[in-house]
Design a protein around this ligand. Structure first.
Ligand code: AMP
Length: 205
């Protein structure tokens, strides 16, 4: 079981890099944002309850997202892993944890399962570049855009990242798990760096 956490602001490239890791390692990419958007699209009770929160770019309550991830960690229920085998082999978390209480809950779940986090990879990108990237994503996906991809919610999402999620950097630094990568380089170079981190750890183990 291998567990990688991708940390970074909205637009830092977590989804892109997670897909590369999934393609090359077979580890399952678990995106909490995608899980929640699927609930909204399917019109479930939870989706109806959370639609406004997602649209505004606010965080859903910790308990909601912790409950979903608990199923993935235990390997008994995972929205993105119907057969569960892939999830049991290990996964890449993209978008979780996003707060210190979520990170603490994850630590507890993993302890219960005798599992550990292998790497927490921080994709470091300047805020001005994040705005440019998200604005490009809005232009390129004009007909098919996420409800939360607009300049107003982006500002909110970046503020929330700074306030609620950035404290995870020292949290994982203290545990000796944080690997910082310059996320402003071309995508392929970032991917190479990501694999250097993952493989270095593997050969050292
Ligand atoms: P993302 O696709 O990761 O940017 O997530 C999209 C939206 O889903 C976020 O703006 C939040 O509203 C919600 N969300 C995703 N992951 C979490 C999480 N771990 N905690 C709280 N809200 C989340």
């Amino acid at each position: 079981m291998k567990l990688i956490i991708l940390l970074g602001a909205p637009g830092s490239g977590k989804g892109t890099q997670a897909l590369q890791i999934e393609k090359k390692t077979g580890l399952r990419h678990l995106s909490t944002g995608e899980m929640l958007r699927a609930e909204v699209e399917a019109g479930t009770d939870l989706g109806k309850e959370l639609a406004g929160t997602l649209e505004q770019g606010n965080l859903v309550p910790d308990e909601v997202i912790i409950d979903i991830i608990r199923g993935c960690v235990r390997g008994d229920k995972c929205p993105q892993c119907p057969g569960l085998e892939a999830c049991r082999a290990g996964f890449i978390l993209d978008g979780f944890p996003r707060t210190v209480p979520q990170a603490e809950a994850l630590d507890e779940m993993l302890k219960d399962q005798n599992r550990e986090i292998d790497d927490v990879i921080l994709l470091d990108v300047d805020e001005s570049i994040l705005f440019e990237r998200i604005e490009r994503r809005i232009r390129e996906n004009a007909g098919n855009k996420r409800a939360d991809d607009n300049a107003r919610t982006l500002k909110n999402r970046l503020e929330i990242y700074t306030r609620a999620t950035k404290p995870l950097v020292p949290y994982y630094e203290k545990k000796g798990l944080l690997r910082r990568i310059d996320g402003m380089r071309p995508i392929d170079q970032v991917t190479d760096e990501v694999f250097n981190v993952i493989n270095r750890k593997k050969s050292a183990a």
